[in-house]
Ligand binder design. Structure first.
Ligand code: PMP
Length: 406
């Protein structure tokens, strides 16, 4: 059974006090906290086994190599990919998307081709495509969203044609919390021969994902948003597609044979992993996914769904609240403002109460432009948050609203 109090014990930071107040951490969309299990596993590897992977014949190197490859299998199973050849370790979602923009872009994008993204993407799923379009003289098209923060699927349908080579879409918007109909998008894009990259940065920790059922071509996520370490993430790609893509970065480990006349490249997934990877980060990510699996992502999802409903109900009772994003399918993120109060003041005053939220443009300036605002405040939940914390947060908002009204 899902037991939030037991889970909280694994996260010592949740016991911290900020300015003498118990920490209420509601900035999980930016980064989640790490459980003891992850930190301890990484510490063990740093202190007892550290040695470079895939290179040595000695005990320590083999130990790290085995753990690195075990983590790859853990990721494969977690997202139900067909093969570990399809799991490439990167620095995070941003690097995963840049890898695709460079390598897939090199092999598949020609002048006049079209790439579709949505108006609610994080900058990480906009800028690499803009740069690719500039390099290749391709065209970027944008699917708008409506007043509730849901994608306009009719417009998406109209944008699809044979020139579209790739669609990039967030599974869950980091501003609006909208859970996009990615399966529908993937099937519609495939019908026109376009490939689909799903930005899973805000989904991997909240929604069970299955690469074979989704049938997306690429899926990207970051370790630090799923209770794992920073500096490590994953690019999933379908094997047949990855095989047709050239390496992105050159160096050690990604080669088969190096000759000045001609160098040949390594097999998947190593072809895309040049240089020494953050293998202890990878091992930590494996541990984080094991931890999540141990609790059960389905149970996490239903607990968080209930908590989200409660949070939305409560925040609606705050006077002068403005909510951004009220999609029918919504997960984990509440972006808001209070009439007449700058988002920066909101964040600063909540901080003084021990409550951590995010403020600003949330790496999604087009969403800010959509609403005509300079920034927003955002509370984002994780599996260790509680109704009591939501109460403290909403009480804090009420106090701030009152202070500004005086
Ligand atoms: N996409 C989305 C939807 C995100 O929320 C984030 C992180 N805020 C990213 C991409 C980028 O992730 P990272 O900074 O870990 O590369």
């Amino acid at each position: 059974m899902f037991d939030v109090n037991r889970i909280r014990k694994d996260f010592p930071i949740l016991e911290e006090e900020i300015y003498g107040k118990p920490l209420v951490y509601l900035d999980n969309g930016a980064t989640t906290q790490r459980p003891l299990q992850v930190v301890e596993r990484m510490t063990e590897y740093y202190l007892r086994y550290n040695s470079n992977v895939h290179r040595g014949v000695h005990y320590l190197s083999n130990k790290c190599t085995d753990a690195n490859e075990q983590a790859r299998e853990t990721v494969r199973e977690f997202i139900n990919a067909v093969s570990t050849d399809e799991i490439i370790f990167t620095r995070g979602t941003t690097e995963s998307i840049n890898l695709v923009a460079h390598s897939f872009g090199e092999a598949f994008i020609r002048e006049g081709d079209e790439i579709i993204v949505t108006e609610m993407e994080h900058h990480a799923n906009i800028v690499p495509w803009q740069m690719l379009c500039e390099r290749k003289k391709a065209v970027l098209k944008v699917v708008p969203f409506n007043g509730k923060g849901e994608l306009n699927m009719e417009e998406f349908g109209k944008l699809l044609n044979e020139r579209v080579k790739l669609v990039g879409v967030a599974y869950v918007s980091n501003v609006l919390g909208t859970v996009n109909p990615v399966k529908e998008i993937i099937d519609a894009a495939h019908a026109f021969g376009a490939y689909v990259l799903v930005d899973g940065a805000q989904a991997i920790q909240h929604i069970p994902v299955d690469m074979q059922a989704l049938d997306c071509d690429f899926f990207a996520f970051s370790g630090h948003k799923v209770y794992g370490p920073t500096g490590v993430g994953v690019l999933y790609g379908k094997r047949g597609l990855l095989e047709q893509m050239p390496p992105w970065q050159g160096g050690g480990e990604m080669i088969k044979e190096v000759r000045f006349e001609k160098t040949t490249y390594n097999d998947l997934p190593f072809k895309f992993e040049a240089g020494t990877p953050d293998f202890i980060g990878v091992i930590g990510l494996g541990e984080a996914l094991e931890y999540v699996k141990g609790i059960g992502l389905q149970d996490i999802a239903s607990y968080e769904h209930d908590l989200m409903n409660y949070a939305m109900e409560q925040i609606r009772t705050v006077p002068n609240i403005i909510l951004f994003g009220e999609a029918a399918e919504k997960s984990s993120v509440i972006s808001f403002g209070i009439g007449g109060i700058h988002h920066f003041d909101l964040g600063t005053l909540l901080d003084k109460m021990g409550i951590a939220i995010r403020t600003g443009q949330l790496c999604a300036e087009p969403v800010m432009q959509h609403y005509g605002v300079t920034g927003m405040a955002r509370a984002s939940i994780a599996m260790y948050n509680t109704r009591e914390e939501i109460d403290v947060f909403c009480e804090g908002l009420r106090k701030i609203e009152k202070i500004f009204k005086l």
